[in-house]
Design a protein around this ligand. Structure first.
Ligand SMILES: O=C(O)CCC(=O)C(=O)O
Length: 283
């Protein structure tokens, strides 16, 4: 039996020595059973309520699947969705999730105690039409906003993610590389994403995970995901973190239209002017 006098542990989700070693060597690590089926299901339901218009988010942050958007596929509702961008800025359940210590304790181990949330997205890959993301390094995009060694991305599986339904692929060790050139690619969803020039498919490995698992990954890590060839959904929730002590390119306009959320620890007004602490009402 537990000794009731034992003090409560803080940071109970800290990285283990094996995880630290895996992170340093490969640029990512995976934990299973971080979130329960019930918790995942709740987040999925909130995301569906946003799509159904029962919860308010700016329409500009809600993206349909490109085939549906371009009239090439007749599906609608969640079957026609691609992603919701920045839900944590508007929806309390998502704000609670991005601040959940099960996600952020390991982030604080990597980035230090003062953490901001800079981007988050709920992604649908609908059966048969869900589209993949080409090889890329997140820092290619984030690097335009701040100078810092890394941000940390977390990728939570809402459904089982496997090769058939378009799981994440990574190139282990690529986080030690500089940021590659990224080139435009033809068509589909991914006019929003470019292709990293130095990524080779043969170096990539699939990271197949059960629902509730989380992948923590370095912003230099080359990663991609493939199209959904299955009859099942492949949903995920992705959230990116930055040290509050990072140097921004332009602290006056750091968010540049993307609210920066306080996650934990101190903030540094000299580094970034405006940090959002509460959800923003969306009408
Ligand atoms: O969930 C996916 O399919 C890919 C997400 C991704 O690559 C990203 O958010 O950077």
């Amino acid at each position: 039996m537990k000794n009731p006098a034992t003090p409560l542990k803080i940071n109970t989700n800290r990285m283990t020595p094996d995880e630290i070693q895996h992170w340093e060597r490969n640029g990512y690590f995976v934990r299973e059973n971080v979130f329960s089926h019930k918790e995942n299901d709740h987040l999925r339901q909130v995301a569906e309520d946003i799509v159904a218009g029962k919860r308010k988010m700016p329409m500009a942050h809600i993206d349909r699947n490109a085939l549906v958007r371009d009239g090439k596929d007749p599906r609608s509702g969640i079957y026609g969705m691609h992603k919701i961008h920045h839900p944590s800025c508007y929806i309390p359940e998502f704000l609670a999730r991005v601040r959940d210590p099960r996600l952020t304790d390991p982030v604080a181990d990597i980035l230090g105690p003062d953490v901001l949330g800079i981007n988050n997205l709920f992604i649908w890959k609908a059966p048969k039409i869900g589209l993949g993301f080409p090889w890329h390094q997140d820092k290619f995009y984030f690097g335009k906003r701040f100078r810092t060694a890394t941000t940390v991305g977390t990728w939570t599986a809402i459904d089982p993610a496997d090769r058939e339904n378009g799981c994440l692929y990574v190139i282990p060790g690529s986080h030690k590389q500089a940021i590659s050139e990224h080139d435009d690619i033809e068509g589909s969803q991914q006019n929003e994403f470019k292709l990293a020039r130095n990524a080779r498919d043969e170096d990539g490995i699939p990271v197949e995970v059960p629902p509730g698992a989380v992948i923590w990954f370095h912003s230099h890590l080359l990663h991609k995901s493939t199209n959904n060839h299955s009859q099942r959904f492949r949903r995920s929730y992705v959230s990116h973190y930055l040290s509050a002590q990072a140097e921004w390119m332009n602290s006056e306009n750091a968010g540049n239209g993307q609210p920066i959320m306080w996650i934990r620890g101190q903030t540094y007004p000299g580094k970034v002017q405006e940090v959002t602490r509460e959800v923003i009402p969306a009408e």
